[in-house]
Write a protein that binds this ligand. Structure first.
Ligand SMILES: NC(=O)c1ccc[n+]([C@@H]2O[C@H](COP(=O)([O-])OP(=O)(O)OC[C@H]3O[C@@H](n4cnc5c(N)ncnc54)[C@H](OP(=O)(O)O)[C@@H]3O)[C@@H](O)[C@H]2O)c1
Length: 336
């Protein structure tokens, strides 16, 4: 009998998940019941949000239970089907977990991967959770118009790089904030930002003033923390803040304190809106198709960082919080 390598949650992290919070086991090959499909995973996603999914606090979803397979979006092929909805050979993107094989109900499927001219891996990045979040959060909460200045944090990353390019497609001036000179160069050369600022170098405040002489109209915030404190001081009248991620907040309990922004919100008539992609899953497929069209037309670039082998899953989240990833981090399974 072939086995099913799985990454189980072995402990609940109090902060950023580390390798010791996971265990790799040789599980049994699953069998399917009526209405189910058997999926062989090809790519597993690694997300900063996994920190939240594993935490038992400050969350928007049920914490993953200790001992269960790590929750993850993946792309895989149907190798057995007992539902008319999916056929053997279909490529699917869905909640199939950090494992080689998943026996699952149809409701775990997010979408069929029909863009056969593009790599299936894109269904987890620029055409997946990250790209769709960038597009919908920017449009719904940021509401940019041509001529606006849009500032983006984690600008070289999977969400941020898409935000910067989509804002540019809409006729905006784009200012990316990222960590280190290599990622600054990527923002300028690969993702077409008009300006890219290194938050790890001194002088972020002055750099923001120079890059946004009339203030920023939209701030797409993926980090919170000190980066956002600096950006808030350079917002234009009626600016919109898209609160999409909190990558720089090291502790959720106690939460760090910072400047009081209420007076700024009032005097500048700012609007701050939280966004979680899971409120918008009914728009996912249409958004993904729009993004795919831009990719085909060469208007939307992306970077992927593909790591081979399920044994690399346990340390993969912590690396994101050290800024060690260059693009969308994926784990490719050995059987492909
Ligand atoms: N709300 C939603 O529905 C939703 C959906 C998807 C993603 N997100 C959020 O979007 C953000 C980006 O996600 P992604 O998947 O595209 O990841 P990513 O940007 O490809 O990778 C994470 C990046 O976060 C930055 N980072 C890590 N620790 C940091 C710190 N202490 N201070 C400042 N920056 C730090 C690093 O970039 P640098 O090297 O530039 O520092 C790192 O490369 C995350 O906050 C994520 O949670 C939200």
């Amino acid at each position: 009998m072939p086995s099913n390598k799985q990454v189980l949650v072995a402990g609940r992290p109090s902060g950023i998940p580390q390798p010791e919070h996971f265990e790799i086991v040789d599980g049994e090959m699953p069998t399917i019941g009526e209405g189910q499909i058997l999926v062989r995973n090809q790519y597993l996603s690694v997300e900063p949000a996994m920190r939240g999914w594993l935490a038992d606090q400050s969350n928007y979803s049920q914490p993953i239970e200790i001992g269960s397979v790590m929750r993850s979006l993946t792309v895989g092929e149907v190798i057995e089907s007992r539902t008319p909805d999916f056929a053997v050979g279909d490529m699917l993107m869905g909640w199939f977990g950090w494992q080689e094989f998943a026996a699952t109900d149809a409701d775990a499927v997010i979408r069929k991967v029909t863009d056969t001219d593009l790599s299936p891996s894109l269904a987890l990045g620029v055409l997946g959770l990250n790209g769709v979040t960038a597009l919908l959060a920017l449009e719904k909460v940021g509401r940019p118009v041509a001529g606006d200045t849009v500032v983006v944090s984690t600008a070289a990353g999977s969400v941020g790089s898409a935000v910067g390019q989509i804002a540019k497609l809409l006729g905006c001036q784009t200012v990316g904030i990222t960590g280190g000179p290599e990622k600054v160069a990527i923002c300028l050369d690969d993702f077409g930002y008009d300006a890219a600022l290194d938050y790890k170098a001194p002088g972020l405040e002055e750099a923001l003033a120079a890059a946004c002489p009339h203030g920023a109209n939209v701030y797409f915030d993926n980090t919170a923390g000190a980066i956002s404190d600096a950006v808030y001081r350079h917002l234009a009248l009626h600016a919109r803040i898209v609160t999409c991620g909190t990558a720089s907040v090291a502790s959720w309990d106690p939460v760090p304190t910072g400047p009081r922004v209420e007076r700024l919100i009032m005097t500048k008539r700012l609007t701050m809106g939280g966004f979680v992609i899971f409120d918008h899953m009914n728009e996912f497929d249409a958004a993904s198709r729009r993004l795919a069209q831009w990719v085909r037309e060469g208007k939307l670039s992306y970077r992927e960082e593909i790591i081979d082998g399920i044994e690399n899953c346990p340390g993969a989240i912590a690396d994101l919080y050290k800024g060690q990833n260059f693009g969308k981090r994926l784990i490719r399974l050995a059987r492909f």
